[in-house]
Write a protein that binds this ligand. Sequence first.
Ligand code: AMP
Length: 697
Amino acid sequence: MATPETDAAARIEALRREIEHHTYRYYALDDPEISDAAFDSLMRELRELEALHPELIDPTSPTQRVGGYVGEQFAPVMHEQRMYSLDNAMDLDELDAWIDRVVDALGELPPLCCELKIDGSSIALTYENGTLLRAATRGDGTTGEDVTANMRTVKDVPLRLREGALSAITADRERIEVRGEVYMPKHSFEVLNLAAEADGKAPFANPRNAAAGSLRQKDPAVTAKRDLSTFLYAIADQQALTVSGQWELLEWLREAGFHVNPDVRLCTSREEVRAFCEASLQMRETLPYEIDGVVVKVNSFADQARFGFTSRAPRWAIAFKFPPEEKTTKLLGITVQVGRTGALTPVAELEPVVVAGSTVARATLHNEDEVHRKDVRIGDTVIVRKAGDVIPEVVGAVDSLRPAGAREWKMPAVCPSCGSPIIREEGEVACRCISIDCPAQAHERLLHWASRGAMDIEGIGEELVSYLVAAGMLSDVADYYNLTADVLAEVSRGRVNKAGENIRIGRTVAEKLVAAIEVSKGRPFANVLFGLGLRHVGKTTAEALVRRFRTMDDLMAASEEDLAAVEGIGPKVARSTWLFLHTPDNMAVIDRLRKAGVTMSEEVMAPGDEAPQTLDGLTFVLTGTLTASGMSRDEASARLKAMGAKVSGSVSKKTSFVVAGEAAGSKLAKAESLGVPVLDEDDLLRILDTGQLPEGK
Ligand code: AMP
């Protein structure tokens, strides 16, 4: 007897079937029978009934696509059958060679199923008794990630298979796994990137990355908004269905409710295969989704089984890859970007053009030589290509379309960021701005100054530097010495707390920072020189310069030849060092550092004195922390070197002495095992004071 409950259950089931039918018409067949409004109305009725009868809610209901959070990590899924990649044919000749191999193996050309190669992300969907159980990514082919909650939100993925298709499933199979591609339509990709840009977020490089990224969202509600679609084209275990080939499989997938790409052809001759490839290439641009080639598959499953697989791909299929897509557009201008290390990169500003599915408005021109090699000029019609179909590049100009009077491009003489003169060293392709004051390079220079081999300022890191720069308190390294605890304590960390208040650095941290900055003033002169970040001047070169010149004044007074006469310094380093020290902005910063009290000379001895080279020929290794003297290892090392010793980072039989500070570790153990004499900190201080080795050592 019908009760209100059984009535509701029947109505709910009828509505679900009706909605599934229209979803199938809309997404899989692209042939809707009712209007969107009528569809929405059916959904609304179903939602309302389910709200009244929550006990009747079922995970396969069309209302249940969006579930809870995925959690921190996607669970791993071991694929029962490996998910293979495809071998590529880069041109029609390679495709022919593959067909030759097929003909050789089978004696004649078998029917070949040709499909579009969808440029998305592989997906495996498992159905249990006709209901979607799990969705997994390919991962490394053996283990993928469980993305079920996210794939449920993709509207063309059936939550249950259509009944008419179930009879083809082999009797004892409760589970069947189908495979295909999840992709983002070109239009949705554009919209997504526009929104990302408006939010100040990094755009996705291409629809493929956007699809993969959307699939790996922690919140399925986000994936649901991303407008992903699928095309299914494979079954993991061919024994699971009573179909005997690829063509029939595609038909079955369609019947079962999946979205199957309509552009498929069963070819029986090479010419047909070739024609399909060429037609697909023609079609590429107008398709609403990205394709990057054509997949040609031996159609019969029995024949496929004879070919088998290599370790990474089936032998019975080949991907004919399209050549990278090229477009022409106008070169509107060439701007110059300053990298963090001062290298200048010319960038082509283009009239926006869609290349391989995404809009390109800028492309790197790498360096000055490259601009001249390609001979591109402002106003030119240029050819733009996506290298590896991802990074846009300018191939060259269409000479015949060059506007009259277009002039050869020249690198500007001054840095576009700070106006300092630009230099280009011999033998280098990059032009550089070497001004210490250049804002584009500030961040990197500030971090380098505070780093361990340089001024070793504890507490200064990437994030802190960013917000001090943002707060306008740091622009060059001399600014560190103007920071006060009062001002620092109030600087925002760029984040807010739960109450929406700015999180500040705070008093305690600020005081510690100021103290650490103060300590840094006493670091050895070689550290200062290294910290200034002169090009080609690493720690060893800085030490060599200090040994020879001792003071900043002497160093600045040295000519290029004087510099080149220092052991280990060639003309190139001499040139860049001299240039650095004579750039007015740099001189001003050095002067401010000097006034702040930063070490500007070698401290061990008075200028002019040559330290007695009593440790000449000896090699020291320092390990552990020097606690008694408060000296850093760098300082100790500089002082030993000043007396003629070598200081090495690792212990060998050639090591003369290992100096072990507190908590010395493996180097001490190694010294003991090799029988290298070990000194303690007192021994070291005595050596540094007297220049003599302790007795008996
Ligand atoms: P690749 O990742 O470039 O080695 O290409 C192999 C991938 O192409 C496969 O793992 C599939 O995800 C994808 N693919 C796209 N369309 C098809 C198709 N029609 N048949 C087989 N694989 C395809």
